[in-house]
Design a protein around this ligand. Structure first.
Ligand SMILES: Cc1cc2nc3c(=O)[nH]c(=O)nc-3n(C[C@H](O)[C@H](O)[C@H](O)COP(=O)(O)O)c2cc1C
Length: 348
């Protein structure tokens, strides 16, 4: 079905195609059984108190305003992360702001956190009972005077509704956001968020999403802060501002964050480095160019316990999660591995 639709979708501007996909997902009547795979129990994994049916999650940015997460769960994703949600609704950057680099199996985006805002999204989640594991990714508005406060609002508003909260300090399209990788700013931010958790008596897992463009010297610092402040998992990585030289596509000079195939090795290397530093104290969620069972397995053996994807969903279509799960199970069987847990960090 997707192979028939794909030429039509790829003829549209990428954002129009995305909006069409979200609209179609609202009418998703396909049974979830269609997206289950044989021996899926080999992919079950328990992490921060949640039982993930499989480790292939949909990354933040596709369902920014939490409109279709239940339909996405039906497509066989083990979990879905909505957002980035900001306190107030915002339009984001001027269009065009998503670019398809087909020859590179990549995307560049400079959306700038377009979303419906916290209040609308909160009501939406409240009225659409989640049918699986739902993460909410939070961030600040472009024009806010206090980015830290915007994160605090995000946590306060979603801690009762989500299974976990992702603190997104790594999108390249919001000025000043990546400064939170700095030791002092990061400590202040997490301390403020942990205080809210304490005041609200909630134990919601807090996850931290990191940029692939940081210096190596930041890795021990960030790991140390995350461990000391009880972060539940680290998501590696967001899109990159770098790595344009080897790209083929004419669109490679577009400003924005690069995702997909060219990010794959970059993020896997980051996973390896963090994995050595964290030494099993905090799990890692690997994201960046996961587009096959092989690329999924590489990230798991590099130290990731869960995975997320976005760009390969665009290129492989609605059965991306199903196909990757199937390929991953095949690899596990070939390696004589009974459950995905046994493969985590095997190569580190
Ligand atoms: C169009 C687009 C929009 C995105 N928006 C967000 C976002 O709002 N928040 C976020 O944390 N990451 C966002 N991301 C980054 C993805 O969640 C993911 O980290 C990145 O794309 C790498 O994964 P991939 O190679 O599988 O796409 C976005 C990515 C794309 C392609």
């Amino acid at each position: 079905m997707f192979s028939v639709l794909r030429p039509f979708l790829f003829n549209l501007d990428p954002e129009t195609a995305h909006d069409f996909a979200v609209k179609s997902l609202k009418f998703n009547v396909l049974p979830s059984k269609m997206f289950e795979v044989e021996d899926e129990e080999m992919l079950n994994i328990n992490l921060f108190g949640k039982n993930f049916p499989n480790p292939i999650g949909l990354a933040a940015g596709f369902d920014k305003s939490a409109e279709v997460y239940n339909s996405l769960l039906k497509l066989g994703f083990g979990f879905v992360e909505v957002g980035t949600v900001t306190p107030l609704k915002q339009y984001g950057n001027p269009k065009p702001r998503i670019f398809r680099l087909e020859e590179d199996q990549a995307l560049i985006n400079r959306l700038g956190f377009n979303n419906d805002g916290m209040e609308v999204i909160k009501d939406r989640i409240r009225s659409n009972g989640k049918k699986g594991i739902l993460g909410v990714n939070i961030g600040p508005n472009k024009t806010t005077k206090n980015q830290k406060n915007d994160f605090c609002l995000g946590l306060s508003n979603f801690c009762d509704l989500a299974d976990y909260i992702t603190v997104n300090i790594s999108s390249p399209n919001t000025e000043g956001l990546r400064d939170f990788h700095d030791q002092k700013k990061l400590t202040e931010l997490i301390t403020a968020l942990n205080k809210i958790k304490k005041d609200k008596k909630t134990n919601i897992p807090l996850l931290l999403k990191i940029s692939p463009d940081i210096n190596n010297s930041h890795i021990p610092e960030i790991s140390d802060i995350a461990i000391k402040n009880s972060i539940s998992a680290i998501i590696l990585t967001n899109t990159t501002n770098n790595h344009r030289d080897d790209l083929i596509s004419a669109l490679k000079k577009e400003e924005g964050g690069l995702s997909g195939n060219p990010l794959s090795q970059v993020s896997t290397n980051m996973i390896k480095k963090f994995s050595k530093e964290l030494n099993g104290k905090i799990p890692i969620i690997g994201v960046g160019g996961v587009n096959s069972g092989k690329s999924a397995y590489e990230k798991i053996t590099a130290g990731a316990s869960l995975l997320q994807l976005y760009t390969s969903f665009v290129y492989r279509g609605p059965s991306a999660a199903k196909e990757i799960k199937k390929e991953l199970i095949q690899i596990l069987k070939e390696q004589g591995i009974k459950n995905i847990k046994e493969a985590i960090g095997k190569d580190v």
